[in-house]
Design a protein around this ligand. Sequence first.
Ligand SMILES: [Zn+2]
Ligand SMILES: [Zn+2]
Length: 817
Amino acid sequence: MADRYNPQEIEKKWQQQWAEDRLYETDDDDPRQKFYLLTMFPYTSGDLHIGHWYPMAPSDMYARYKRMNGFNVMHPMGFDAFGLPAENAAIKRGIHPFTWTMQNIENMRRQLKSIGAVYDWSREVITCLPGYYKWTQWFFLKLYEAGLAYREKAPVNWCPTCQTVLANEQVVGEGVCERCDTAVARRDLEQWFFRITKYADELMVHDGIDWPERIKIMQRNWVGRSEGTEISFGLDHPGVDEKEIRVFTTRPDTAFGVTFMVLAPEHPLVEKLTSPEKKAEVEAYTLKSRRQSEIERLSTEKEKDGVFTGACCINRLNGDKVPIWIADYVLVSYGTGAVMAVPAHDERDFAFAKKYGLPVPVVISPPDWDGEPLAEAYTGAGPMVNSGQFDGTPSEKGIEAVSIYLEKQGWGRRTVSYRLRDWLISRQRYWGAPIPMIYCDTCGIVPVPEKDLPVLLPEDAEFKPTGESPLKYNEGFVNTTCPRCGAPAKRETDTMDTFMCSSWYFLRYCSPQYDGAAFDEAKVKQWCPVDFYTGGAEHAVMHLLYVRFFTKAIRDMGLIDFGEPFTKLFNQGTIISGKQKMSKSRGNVVNPDDYVATLGADTVRTYLMFVGPWEQGGDWDDSGISGVSRWLNRVWNLALEDYKQHDNDGNTGKAETELTRMTHQTIKKVTQDIERIRFNTMVAALMEFSNYLHRVGEAGTVPEAAWRESVKTMLLLLAPTAPHLTEELWQKTGHDYSIHNAQWPAWDESLTEEESITLVVQVNGKLRDKLSLPVSVSEDEAKKLAAEQPKVRAHTEGKQVVKVIYVPGKLVNIVVK
Ligand SMILES: [Zn+2]
Ligand SMILES: [Zn+2]
């Protein structure tokens, strides 16, 4: 009997060997075709469980598969180390975020090494180290130079618990902070923004990249492009300079039916227009709405309310005086911050008009309309009525006709509106890359000169959140001199959103130690764009949109020559446990270390691929992983057992043909499954193949050499999934180190084909058809296929099948009456 399978021993041994031999270091000078496979780098949050392995282990398998297929593969790993999770955890534990983050990195690195991944650790990037964030700051300056970074006072989402500004994308559910579930409030602050809206149109288009449809749809919805018309309503208010209010509408055909105007409570005109007697009411309402999040304000559940300002504007189309209201469902940050209300043809406006007794004139006639008041809003098409010279025009045509008229009169223009807002990147927190800007009383905003980068994050700052930037109180940091005039000046004390750090890390991996620039241009040319990017779908409208914007922006600066960072994208699902999401409070968190220590990393890896389709995820189950462990033990025994050939003359030829066919079919199936990211069925095919090889081995019906060759093929096919086990068996069965440098097996299509038989199909004993079927066809399949043939059905349809006679490999006779 051969040695027992001992994963603990062989896994450590091979990991050490591979590291010593630098087996997985990526060589820039390797002439083979490049393949850049990237997994989203993890947050250093410290909350490690098997879920963190789920994005990693299968993509490592894929990287190994590509290596064996002759590609020069780069599959790097690093850490997204700045940001709130690290800072909050550090505060909770009373240790410095740097210390805490670096401890986590050490632990995560150890774990990631224990899965035996092909990561080239010499390429590791850590975003919180000055060697990295120097270049994050450099990119900020580049964006500023290009006019893509600007500072503006803006209402922001404010989390009172985290004491920081949140991006719109970080406000979730019913307007709560995505990290701590606190209701998000509003605040005004001077903030830095990136002009992502400049790229709105280009971000809508995903040409030439292979991304999941749902991510593309989410991004397009997030950008929210709509074509419409901007209409100017006249304003003639004593003491107010503004002479118009502009609104955006996709339904200019309804503009004759406007009976009120709604401004966002924060709209700058509100203060100027509100009449003295309405002032108190308007102010109270504004205060109330500013305390609510955008999502609360836009919620369809909530009843719409508002307050009349006491002022009116003019609908230039018909000369009507239109009362101006404020309501919180209009947001100052969306569109123009003003909305024209057409209650007869908009559900929300209809409810609002009913509530406040505002008129509801019909301007698009519903079918069979009798002139009576509407019971509900009519949002469909129809002839225009009560619309002056446009009466009788079908509303679909009216959209254009009214727009053209407005343009001619100088009262409006056709335009495009977007839901997308500019990217707010200022964070009033300590643990981030300082924004490299200086404020001088004389010169204003002055960028830090490139030669002075990085602006170091001081270690001695008090980092507990106060609602203001902690760096404000660090005198050594704040006080500086103006790079332009030399006078005393102050530094910007906000730090950057960590999504800025992750917008360019894929470039840094190409030349991680390079200090002459953010990246070595030649290396980026060689490796980028990323061929295959994997990670969670939760990043659809944050990271994945920001990184596309960033890539396009620096392309336009001439820094790179491509506009899409990731050619192919794949989103993995989630591992749950006991049918529930893993969480500490549920006590169902699976720690990979425990399983690696007992069953081995190869078993954990294989189980993660077997547990379900990668894009769906699966339910972690101890009996499931035990089954995989037993299987790998059988593979071990299979490869090392003595082969006893029996003496069964005459049958060997047939058995050998079958062995060849099974082997080539398995190569084909495994290869195609990996290419299609069907890793669970790939493992299942290998299980089936090993069981077959075991049976043949027991029976001893084929020549030993042929059998051993098939076992060798199985090891090669299993190598990316279970790298340690296969390396050990490869060596023990006398092959040259390393299996991971071996060539992936190829299949011969002609050898995968089953031998076929000709099946005669009769109905009541008369020949009706002939079928060519594989020799292995089952009785049920043969009968089913026979019955389905049109020539057969012509004689059986409408009749009762009495019986079906089957002669294996020869005939099916269907008896009907
Ligand atoms: Zn929060
Ligand atoms: Zn100055």
